[in-house]
Design a protein around this ligand. Structure first.
Ligand code: SF4
Ligand code: SF4
Length: 413
């Protein structure tokens, strides 16, 4: 397995001019006085850690990896990447190598093992598990034993995974002359297969078939966030190899509907894990960018007016990658939509972060301006491209959340 490399970040921390702008934009520093902030955790801390790795500060675990500091930094310091890499290098060797296994480490393992948990639960056990984990006494036990917040609502598992639905579609998809590869990710596979169905429906209307790589694994976002370095490297290396083969079999574009999976594959495989992610760097496009390019080339499906007021919430990683303009453009092409763009604030969930009892309060405090603005907007639906933002907003407001591709599928004439 390739080793974690610092090469892509070497020198980044030296560009810091100590202006502290990043700290002003850090949502965690605002919500939790225990967090030293991006400057101290990123470039300042990196100087110290390079002298003596034992000086790793445990408060780095409070960073949500939202990358808002990187957007604000005038010197182009990869602050979030530096912190993510420091967490990966210094987190007690992760699950596998850790001598003593603490209950919270068990929780981190469960929250990060999306393929393992989804594979066990989606399909046969979904109904039962969804009911059990929603019971208050079970939630209290989970908080007291392994530290999963009892106040958190769990996303529901689907009764049929996306991959198992797709297998019945495969022959139909293969009939299209034009094809795209779809990196569906764990949340579509195990929790929201209807989002994947919507993508297939829209693309098929545009005479494009959809290919999926059945051997693809979780992109690794939760593994990196929880310091499971070996497993994150294993998944990333496997995905790179799988897509090399897929592209050889069927050259073309890879698209993703999850803003965090997309950012991980195209940027963090390189910046944080130090891997050569050429298949994704060269061929991956976020779905909205792909669709806008198709529409502009004249391949746009007929759409009917929806007559809805929508509030759009920007996922942090989509903002970092610069992909927001494509999603906003896509939404503007749907007739009969009154679109309100919410202020670009973090919703506070940050994947598995907000599920941990020690982070719950910070998570909700970070998201509170978003929740307030949504409630005051008078919108019919909230729209966002990120699955965990969706869970956070649905739990914390009275509104239902849709992904832009679901909205587009509803608008198909
Ligand atoms: S914004 Fe950039 S340059 Fe300014 S303190 Fe933060 S890391 Fe350093
Ligand atoms: S990545 Fe987000 S939480 Fe972490 S230091 Fe930067 S702004 Fe703060």
């Amino acid at each position: 397995m390739a080793a974690l490399s610092k090469s892509s970040l070497d020198g980044s921390f030296e560009k810091c001019i100590k202006c502290t702008v990043c700290t002003v934009y850090c949502p965690v520093a605002k919500a939790n006085p225990n967090y030293p902030g991006p400057k101290q955790s990123g470039p300042d801390g990196e100087r110290v850690r390079r002298k003596d790795p034992a000086l790793f500060d445990d408060y780095l675990k409070l960073c949500t990896n939202c990358k808002r500091c990187e957007i604000a930094c005038p010197s182009g310091v990869n602050i979030g990447d530096i912190i993510a890499q420091a967490k990966l290098t210094n987190t007690e060797g992760g699950w596998k190598n850790s001598g003593a296994i603490s209950p919270k480490r068990v929780r981190d393992y469960i929250l990060s093992s999306t393929d393992l948990m989804g594979g066990m639960v989606a399909n046969p056990l979904a109904k039962i598990v969804n009911k059990v984990v929603a019971l208050k006494p079970i939630k209290v036990v989970m908080e007291k034993t392994i530290g999963v917040s009892a106040q958190r609502t769990f996303p529901k598992y689907a009764e049929q995974s996306f991959v198992s639905w797709y297998k019945k579609q495969e022959a139909t998809q293969n009939q299209f002359e034009r094809q795209v590869h779809y990196f569906h990710g764990c949340s579509v596979n195990y929790n929201m297969p209807e989002l994947g169905h919507a993508l297939v429906e829209v693309l098929n209307k545009m005479n494009i078939g959809v290919q999926i790589a059945k051997k693809a694994k979780c992109c690794g976002v939760p593994l990196v966030a929880n310091g499971f370095k070996d497993k994150a490297m294993k998944n990333a290396t496997a995905n790179i190899e799988v897509y090399k083969d897929e592209l050889e079999r069927q050259p073309g574009t890879i698209i993703a509907t999850s803003s965090s999976c997309s950012y991980m594959l195209s940027d963090e495989y390189d910046h944080v894990l130090g891997l050569d992610n050429e298949p994704f760097k060269k061929n991956l496009q976020f779905f909205s960018r792909y669709l806008i390019n198709e529409f502009d080339a004249g391949n746009m499906p007929k759409l009917k007016p929806l007559n809805l007021t929508l509030a759009y919430h920007t996922p942090c990683h989509l903002e970092r990658s610069g992909g927001v303009i494509y999603t906003l453009e896509l939404l503007s092409r749907i007739p009969g939509i009154n679109l309100i763009r919410l202020d670009p604030n973090c919703c506070g969930i940050a994947g598995t972060y907000g599920f941990k009892e020690e982070n719950y309060e910070t998570s909700q405090k970070i998201g509170s301006p978003v929740f307030k603005q949504i409630e005051e907007s008078g919108c019919d639906y909230v729209i966002t491209d990120c699955e965990t933002c969706r869970w956070q907003v649905e739990m914390s407001t009275t509104k239902e959340v849709l992904h832009p591709i679901e909205l587009l599928a509803r608008a198909l004439a």
